[in-house]
Write a protein that binds this ligand. Structure first.
Ligand SMILES: [Zn+2]
Length: 323
C-alpha cells in the first residue's frame, strides 16, 4: 500500500516535471521565433548567408529597394552554357552593397602570379563601323585561340554591347574554366568628364548601366565575378558612389599595355615586360580592329613572363594571393 502510494507519487512528480519541461521548450521555441522575425525582415534578399549584414544598414536596405528593373533586351538570344552557381554576394570581387567599392591596382607582390585582363569594348560608333562594313570584327579570335591552346588563364572585362554582338563568343569564354568574366559597362561610356573623349553616361544612369551589364553577363554562367573596370580607367568620387549599391570591386590594373590603336607589337611587349611584377594586373584588349597588334604581342608577352618566373592566373587568384 505504502509502496503503491509512493509509486503513484513518483509518477505524478515525473509527469509534472515532463509537463514543466514541455512548457519550457515551447517557451524557448516561441522566444526564438519572435526574436528572429524582425531580424529576418531586415536582411535583404541578396544576403543569402551569414555573411550578409545583420544590422540592416540603410545603404544595404536601399540597394534592394532601389534595385533597377531591366530596360534593355532581357535575355541573350542564345542559351547560356550553364547556370551560374554562387549568388552575387559570394562571387570573387563581391563587396558589401551600400559601401563605396574598393579600387584595386594589383595583388600581393609576394608570389609569382600575374593577371592578364582583356577588355572587350563596344560603343555605338563601333557598332556602326561593323554595320557599314568599315570594320570586320571587334573580337580578336587569335587571342582567344592562343589562350585556349596554351591553357592560359585570363579575365575578360566585357561590355554589355560586346556581349550582345558576340553571344557565341561570350558563351565560349564562359565555358572555359580558366577564364573569369567581369564587367566593363554597357556601352563603354565615360563615368567622368574628360575621359579620352568618350561620350558620358549621365550620373543618374551610372548604377543602372553597370547593373544591366551584370544581368547580361550572368546568364552565361562560368566563372562570374563582381569585378568592374571603368572605361579608360576614369573614375571619381561620384562614379564610385554610384556603384555602391552593386557590391563590386573596381579593378584598374598596374600595367597598362597601351595596345589600343597600336601600330606595332613591340611597344606593347616592352610596355608590359618593363612594368610587370608579381601580383600585377595587365590591361590588354580583345577588340581586334581597335587593338590590332595585341595578338602578335601576346606570345612575346607570355615568353617574357615565363623568363621572369611569372605565371598567369585568374584575377581572383592574383588578388587573393593564392598559391
Ligand atoms: Zn575599355
Amino acid at each position: 500500500m505504502f509502496a503503491k502510494v509512493f509509486r503513484i507519487g513518483l509518477i505524478s512528480v515525473a509527469a509534472a516535471a515532463l509537463v514543466g519541461a514541455l512548457v519550457l521548450v515551447v517557451a524557448v521555441v516561441r522566444g526564438g521565433a519572435t526574436s528572429a522575425t524582425p531580424e529576418a525582415g531586415t536582411v535583404p534578399s541578396w544576403a543569402g548567408g551569414p555573411a550578409g549584414p545583420a544590422d540592416g544598414t540603410p545603404g544595404a536596405g536601399s540597394a534592394t529597394a532601389t534595385a533597377p528593373h531591366p530596360t534593355g533586351p532581357a535575355t541573350p538570344s542564345t542559351a547560356p552554357t550553364r547556370t551560374s552557381s554562387p549568388s552575387a554576394n559570394e562571387r570573387p570581387g563581391a563587396t558589401r552593397p551600400g559601401t563605396r567599392p574598393p579600387v584595386v591596382g594589383h595583388g600581393p607582390r609576394s608570389g609569382n602570379l600575374v593577371a592578364l585582363t582583356f577588355d572587350a569594348d563596344m560603343t555605338d560608333s563601333m557598332l556602326a563601323n561593323l554595320r557599314n562594313g568599315r570594320v570586320r570584327s571587334y573580337a580578336n579570335l587569335r587571342i582567344i585561340e592562343l589562350l585556349e591552346r596554351e591553357r592560359i588563364p585570363a579575365t575578360f572585362f566585357l561590355t554589355g554591347k560586346w556581349v550582345e554582338r558576340y553571344p557565341d563568343l561570350t558563351r565560349r569564354l564562359a565555358g572555359n574554366s580558366r577564364f573569369e568574366l567581369a564587367n566593363h559597362t554597357y556601352g563603354h561610356l565615360a563615368f567622368t568628364p574628360n575621359c579620352y573623349g568618350l561620350p558620358r553616361v549621365p550620373s543618374s544612369r551610372m548604377t543602372e548601366d553597370v547593373a544591366r551589364t551584370f544581368r547580361l553577363i550572368e546568364p552565361y554562367g562560368g566563372r562570374q565575378t563582381r569585378y568592374f573596370r571603368f572605361p579608360g580607367l576614369c573614375h571619381d568620387g561620384a562614379s564610385l558612389s554610384a556603384l555602391a549599391p552593386l557590391g563590386v570591386t573596381v579593378v584598374d590594373g598596374d600595367v597598362v599595355s597601351g595596345d589600343p590603336f597600336a601600330t606595332a607589337w613591340r611597344p606593347i611587349v616592352n610596355a608590359v615586360l618593363s612594368k610587370v611584377k608579381p601580383g600585377s594586373v595587365v590591361v590588354l584588349h580583345v577588340t581586334e580592329a581597335n587593338a590590332a597588334m595585341t595578338d602578335e604581342a601576346l606570345p612575346h608577352i607570355l615568353r617574357g613572363l615565363r623568363e621572369r618566373g611569372l605565371s598567369p592566373a585568374p584575377l581572383s587568384e592574383v588578388l587573393s594571393g593564392a598559391r
